[in-house]
Structures are given as C-alpha cells and as structure tokens.
Design a protein around this ligand. Structure first.
Ligand SMILES: Cc1ncc(COP(=O)(O)O)c(C=O)c1O
Length: 335
C-alpha cells in the first residue's frame, strides 16, 4: 500500500486465519486453526456477565529480505499467564500459546504488511462456564483464541505530537488490577477519555489518581531528557509494558540514567518545561507528547514538538524490530 493512500484504522482488518483452544475438565484441549469468523457463545457464559477475560497485543514484523520476526512473544505470553492467574481464569499453557501464535503467523505470512506496518497478534482468553450466578466463583471452562491483524498507523495523524489530558481524580482501574490486561480496565478508562476528548480535544488521558502519575488508557508514560528517563516503578497499579521495558533496557545501554519511582504532577509539569514526555506501547512504539492539559491550563512540553530523545529512542527500537539493527538482546524470533 503506498504512503499516499489512506490506511485502514488500527484493528479494523483481520487476517483470515485464527487459532482456538478450549479448557474443560481441568485441561486444555488441542488447538485448531480456523477461518477467522464468528464463534458460538452461550448467553450465560461467565465472561458476558462477570468480565472474566484478558488479552495480549504484540507484533510480528516483515524484514527487508521478506522474513517475518515476532517481537518478545515470550514476555507477552508470560504477561498473559499472569493476567489469567490474577483473574482466576484457567492459565494458558505457554508452549501451546506460543505454538498457536507461530502457526497463525505462518499461515497468514503473506498478510504481514511492510514497515511501518506489522502483523498485530491478539491472544484472547475468556470464561465460558454457563452460570449467571457465578459473580464470585471463577470460570472453570474457557476459550483461548489468537487473532491476527495487519496494522499500519495506530495514532491517526502518525507522528504528530499528542495532546494529553491530566486526570487527577478518576482511576483507570482498581489499584490491584492495573497490571492485568483485562477489558474492564479499558471500560473504566472509556468514560473519562471520551469526556476529556469532548471537552479539551485531547488524544488521550493520563491517569494520575491522587496526583501520582500512572499511565494513559492504552500506553505507559515516560519523561525523557538527554541522558535521563523518569517513569513510574513497577507496581500493581499499571500495565507493565514490554515496550517500556525494551526502551529502558536500550536507554541504559546508551548511557542513560533510568529512574523508576512514583512521581507527582508538579514534578512532571516542571520536567516538561525543558524536557520531553512520551507514551510507550506496542501500538504507539514511543509517541511524543506536545501538550499536557491540566485543570483547564495548557502546558507545552518542550517546544511543543516531538523531542530529540524521543525520536532517537524510538528509531533505535524500530530498527531492531525491523531487522535494520542487530538484536543483541534476543528479542526477535524468526517465524
Ligand atoms: C493500559 C496499557 N498500558 C501500557 C501498554 C503498553 O504495553 P506494551 O508495551 O506491552 O504494549 C498497553 C498496551 O499496549 C496498555 O493497554
């Protein structure tokens, strides 16, 4: 697809094959490959009432020689298993889930776009036990699906600096569930995000309940300047992003000091007078923030554009993902 043609929105196009497995009688059955399409689900299924579900999101990239490489799949599978445990869902078997992902990628390899596009992988796990009285009983039956989606740009407008609303009251999620990638967290963020978009024309909301900076609805948040990165330290309140981990690892090797700790809105507003701010995630990679809106006031981040440290780190990570720079970390796996 040429760069001048409009690209389908992120997640709206699905590859035509998916993998599916079911859990019953205390064990996972063999997975099968199917044409992507509707599945049967009973209206009493646990997930439809009690939101017993979690998912993952990561990418496979097409390199210049045509080969396909998946990025940090094992780390995403571990996070999915942790989400399942914390939601009392049957835990996917790591080897089986990896096999499902690799089989799907292999079967749809001709549908993997060229960079800056990629194939987005979306494992999905949900409780299927038929019981509408199981509000405090876990699902004993579940379905695991791996979907794939060719993707182009996540943020419409591409490399435009983002406008972010700083929310200091509402929570993105319950504090013990922030590290779980479950639909309910996105449902909780939806109302505040729509309201802020409507009122302040922002792209995303940065959740800072009680004034402590956490993350946005679908990405981690980093403050950057030459030689120094500040981001919240890992705790249960936010999702432990694989991109965040990759960027911090690379930055340390580039000589940066990486500080992971709790910090509050006043420190952030002071930082952005001269420093940079960015969102990190599989979809966004590292997206520069140009403006923070807090209590009806606009705070320009640096000169309002995408900063040089953000650009450099983003380019370094993208180069590994696309096979343009050596992967000294063992993050990429050929499919
Ligand atoms: C709430 C939230 N935080 C952070 C991230 C970033 O995580 P990762 O870098 O693993 O994609 C995501 C998803 O991508 C997310 O949904």
């Amino acid at each position: 697809m040429s760069t001048t043609q409009p690209r389908p929105a992120f997640g709206t196009v699905l590859a035509d094959q998916m993998a599916i497995a079911t859990y019953r009688d205390g064990r996972w059955g063999a997975h099968e490959l199917r044409r992507t399409g509707a599945i049967d689900i009973h209206p009493a299924a646990h997930v439809l009432h009690y939101a017993s579900e979690c998912f993952e999101g990561f990418k496979a990239y097409r390199w210049a020689d045509g080969s396909i490489h998946v990025f940090r799949m094992d780390k995403h599978i571990e996070r999915m298993r942790q989400s399942a445990r914390l939601l009392a869902l049957p835990e996917p078997d790591a080897d089986q889930l990896a096999a499902m992902v690799l089989t799907v990628i292999d079967r749809v390899r001709d549908q993997v776009p060229e960079p800056p596009g990629a194939l987005y992988l979306r494992p999905l796990l949900f409780g299927t036990t038929e019981n509408i009285g199981a509000a405090s009983a876990p699902a004993s039956e579940a379905t695991l699906i791996v979907l794939a989606s060719p993707v182009w740009d996540y943020f419409a407008g591409g490399a435009k600096p983002l406008r972010i609303y700083v929310e200091d009251e509402k929570h993105r999620t319950a504090s013990h569930l922030g590290m779980v990638k479950t639909g309910g967290n996105y449902a909780a963020a939806m109302g505040p995000t729509l309201a802020a978009r409507d009122r302040y024309r922002v792209d995303q909301v940065l959740f800072c309940p009680g004034g402590a900076v956490q993350e946005t609805g679908a990405a981690n948040f980093l403050l950057l300047r030459e030689g120094h990165i500040l981001t919240r330290g890992l705790d249960s309140t936010f999702l432990h992003g694989v991109t965040r981990d990759s960027l911090l690892t690379m930055a340390r090797d580039m000589g940066f000091r990486t500080e992971e700790r709790v910090f509050h809105i006043p420190e952030m507003l002071e930082w952005v007078q001269t420093g940079e701010a960015a969102l990190s995630g599989t979809a966004a990679v590292l997206a520069g923030v140009g403006t923070l809106v807090y209590r009806d006031q606009e705070h320009r981040v640096g000169d309002g554009g995408i900063g040089p440290v953000t650009r450099r780190l983003r380019a370094a990570l993208v180069a590994i993902q696309n096979g343009e720079a050596p992967d000294r970390y063992g993050w990429t796996r050929k499919v």
